[in-house]
Design a protein around this ligand. Structure first.
Ligand code: IPD
Ligand code: CA
Ligand code: CA
Length: 270
């Protein structure tokens, strides 16, 4: 790669500023909303526009790179070799449509399967958590402190609400043992809570574009990230993701063994 992580970071921060301007302008007009798999799984004209914008920018910056993205403007990627970008143009589209808040836009860049840089923007708060292993982790311009290594009883767990009520991933047991649990409806916003130390962990089944940015930033911080069996995440497939402080991760893995990955009620609306 000829560009340094710092140069890439600065470039993408410009894209995010432009994406935010476009999203906020689009929100002044009626949204075109379509269902994908069900009434909770939506895509809007804004998701499509912003994904296309990022794809064009990536093609110009790194023409050889492959792109894994949600709305179909990326590539069919079957290997993590070389430069691989992830795009989730609007993460938390249901929040975007219903609340006009609590949604994110996010990207990540990996090289040969290892994180280089990642960006999660809380669009309405205009906050960006970004960085990577070589850069450190920042909230806007300020370096973020590494979250305290708390145990479950001392912190809040962020969980998928749909999977909690369907008794999946051992979520009732984990939520029970935590100080409290929270549901935000956006993977990006959920990762931000963990990265800022406002929550000790987040668990949900996610697609690669949902977890790749948060995973890159969590790794840069020494947080633990794995699937519910403690195995490394497959960066090309859906995974049942656990990200947390090291102490909470150890406890969660014990709970997962006890509940034996209970997967009741798999037919749920997410
Ligand atoms: C969704 C949100 C949600 C999570 C879903 C994701 P989208 O992303 O992050 O919190 O529970 O699994 O699909 O579809 O709004 O980009
Ligand atoms: Ca999305
Ligand atoms: Ca998403």
């Amino acid at each position: 790669m000829s560009l340094t992580p710092k140069q890439i970071d600065e470039q993408v921060l410009d894209w995010l500023a432009e994406a935010r301007t476009r999203i906020v302008a689009d929100m002044q007009m009626p949204l075109q909303v379509n269902e994908k798999t069900n009434a909770r799984d939506l895509v809007t004209n804004v998701d499509r526009e912003i994904e296309q914008y990022y794809v064009q920018q990536i093609h110009t910056l790194m023409p050889e790179a492959q792109i894994i993205s949600e709305e179909g403007y990326g590539d069919h990627v079957s290997s993590m070799m070389g430069d691989v970008w992830y795009i989730d143009p609007i993460d938390g589209t249901l929040n975007f449509v219903e609340q006009r808040a609590e949604f994110a836009t996010m990207l990540a860049l990996y090289h040969d399967g290892e994180p280089v840089c990642a960006w999660i923007m809380d669009v309405m708060q205009n906050d960006i958590i970004h960085g990577g292993p070589a850069l450190g982790v920042f909230k806007n311009n300020a370096s973020l402190p590494v979250p305290m290594n708390k145990v479950l009883a001392d912190g809040l767990m962020v969980v998928s609400g749909a999977r909690l009520i369907a008794n999946q991933m051992g979520l009732p047991q984990v939520s029970q043992q935590a100080l409290g649990f929270r549901v935000y409806g956006s993977a990006g916003i959920s990762f931000m809570h963990v990265l800022e130390g406002r929550a000790i962990g987040y668990m949900s089944k996610m697609k690669p574009w949902d977890f790749a940015p948060g995973a890159a930033l969590a790794k840069s911080f020494g947080l633990m990230i794995s699937d519910i069996d403690g195995e490394p995440l497959n960066m090309l497939l859906s995974n049942s993701v656990v990200v947390s402080t090291p102490n909470a991760h150890e406890q969660i893995m014990r709970i997962e063994k006890q509940t034996n990955g209970v997967e009741a009620g798999t037919d749920i609306r997410l």
